[in-house]
Design a binder for this molecule. Structure first.
Ligand SMILES: Nc1ncnc2c1ncn2[C@@H]1O[C@H](COP(=O)(O)OP(=O)(O)OP(=O)(O)O)[C@@H](O)[C@H]1O
Ligand SMILES: [Mg+2]
Length: 336
C-alpha cells in the first residue's frame, strides 16, 4: 500500500449524493442485571437498566455514508410502530433525508433486540436476541408502488445509488427493475444477501465470501476457486464489477475484461466486532466512486475504513479524518 497515494485519495473524498434503497433495521440494545431465577420457568430475570438504539442493515449503511460525508437519502420501509419512529429519528439525527421512507401498516419495523446482562460478579453477556421480522413477501402493492415512485423521483438527483438487501422485502423484482431502468447510466452498487443474478447491469456487487459461495453452490477454498468464482459471478450476474469481501483474508476485485486486484485485511490483531463491517465497506465504496476514485482505489479506502470499524462493538462508522490518522498510526507502528 502506497501511503502517500492513499492520503491523497482520502483527501479527494467529497460529498456525493448517495441514495440508498434497502432493508432498514433497528438494532436495540437492552442491558440489565440478573439477581434471581424466575419461579415461572428456569430462566434468569433481567432487571432493565439501560436501553439504546442503533441503525442496522441499510440504516447502518446510511449512517456510515453520513459519517463519511455523503449527502445520503433513504428509500425503504418501517412499520407503524415505536421502532419505526426511533429509526426515522436516528436517521434524521445524522442528517439523512427520509422522505422516501414509507410507513407501511402491513409490516413491523425490522428490529433486532439484544438483551445482555450481568450478575454481581460476572461480566456483561448476551442472554437473548429477539428479532421482529416481516413475513416473506408481505409488502402490499401500494407500498411497493410508493417505493417505485420514490425511486423515480430521487434517482435523478443522486450521484450514486446503493442497494442494501438484507432479504427483508424491499429489494424485490419491482424495485430492482426500477433501479435498473432509472440508474442505467449512473453508478449503482449492490450489497445483497440474496440472488446476485437479479442485478444485471449493476456497476458493482459486493458479496462477502459466504454470500458468493451461496450463489455459486460451492466453497471457495483455493486461489483457483476464487478466480473461478469471480469469473462465474461476473458473467452470470451481468454486473460490471464484483468485489468479494473475505473477512480476515482481505478483499478481491474482479472487473469485466479480466482485471483483478486484491488487498489483505489491514487489521487482524485488534479485531473486536466485525458486525456491520460489510456496510462500512459498501458505504466507503459508494463515497469513493461518487468522488471520482477508480474501483481499485475505492477498494483500498473501503479496506482501510473496515479495519477501523472492526475495532468497535456493534455496527460502527468512521470518517475521512480518522482514516487519515489510522493510516499514519499504522505507518508509525510499521504495520503497513
Ligand atoms: N476478522 C477480521 N479481521 C480483519 N478485518 C476484517 C475481519 N472481518 C472483517 N474484516 C474487514 O471487513 C471487511 C468486510 O468483512 P466481511 O467480509 O465479514 O463482510 P460482511 O460479512 O458483509 O459484514 P456484515 O456483518 O456487515 O454483513 C473485510 O473485507 C475486512 O476488510
Ligand atoms: Mg454484508
Amino acid at each position: 500500500m502506497n501511503i502517500k497515494q492513499t492520503l491523497e485519495d482520502i483527501s479527494r473524498l467529497s460529498n456525493p449524493r448517495v441514495l440508498v434503497i434497502g432493508d432498514l433495521i433497528l438494532d436495540e440494545y437492552i442491558e440489565g442485571e440478573i439477581q434471581r431465577i424466575s419461579r415461572e420457568a428456569p430462566v434468569p430475570i433481567v432487571e432493565e437498566q439501560r436501553r439504546h438504539y442503533l441503525p442496522g442493515g441499510a440504516a447502518n449503511t446510511l449512517a456510515n455514508l453520513a459519517s463519511l460525508g455523503a449527502r445520503a437519502s433513504a428509500i425503504g420501509v418501517v412499520g407503524n410502530d415505536e421502532s419505526g419512529r426511533q429509526l426515522i429519528q436516528l436517521l434524521n439525527k445524522s442528517g439523512i433525508n427520509t422522505d422516501g421512507v414509507m410507513i407501511a401498516k402491513e409490516v413491523p419495523t425490522t428490529t433486532k433486540t439484544r438483551i445482555s446482562a450481568q450478575s454481581r460478579q460476572s461480566v456483561m453477556q448476551q442472554v437473548l436476541r429477539l428479532d421482529r421480522l416481516p413475513k416473506p413477501n408481505s409488502l402490499s402493492h401500494t407500498t411497493l408502488n410508493s417505493l417505485e415512485s420514490a425511486l423515480a423521483e430521487q434517482i435523478a438527483q443522486a450521484d450514486v445509488v446503493l442497494v442494501s438487501d438484507y432479504g427483508n422485502g424491499v429489494v424485490v423484482p419491482q424495485t430492482i427493475q426500477a433501479v435498473q431502468k432509472l440508474a442505467a447510466d449512473k453508478i449503482w452498487v449492490v450489497d445483497s444477501q440474496e440472488d446476485l443474478r437479479l442485478f444485471k447491469g449493476a456497476s458493482l456487487l459486493t458479496p462477502n465470501k459466504p454470500e458468493a459461495e451461496q450463489n455459486l453452490g460451492y466453497r471457495i477454498e483455493t486461489a483457483e476457486d476464487l478466480q473461478r468464482a469471480g469469473a462465474t459471478l461476473l458473467s452470470e450476474s451481468g454486473a460490471k464489477a464484483l468485489l468479494i469481501t473475505r473477512g480476515d483474508e482481505g478483499m478481491s476485485l474482479f472487473e469485466t475484461g479480466g482485471a483483478y486486484h486484491e488487498v489483505p485485511a489491514l487489521n487482524r490483531t485488534e479485531v473486536f466486532d466485525v458486525t456491520g463491517a460489510g456496510d462500512t465497506v459498501v458505504a466507503t465504496l459508494a463515497v469513493a466512486l461518487g468522488s471520482g476514485c477508480s474501483l481499485p482505489t475505492s477498494m483500498e479506502l473501503a479496506n482501510l475504513a473496515a479495519s477501523i470499524v472492526v475495532r468497535r462493538l456493534g455496527c460502527a462508522t468512521t470518517h475521512p479524518d480518522e482514516m487519515r490518522e489510522t493510516l499514519l498510526e499504522m505507518q508509525k507502528k510499521e504495520l503497513i
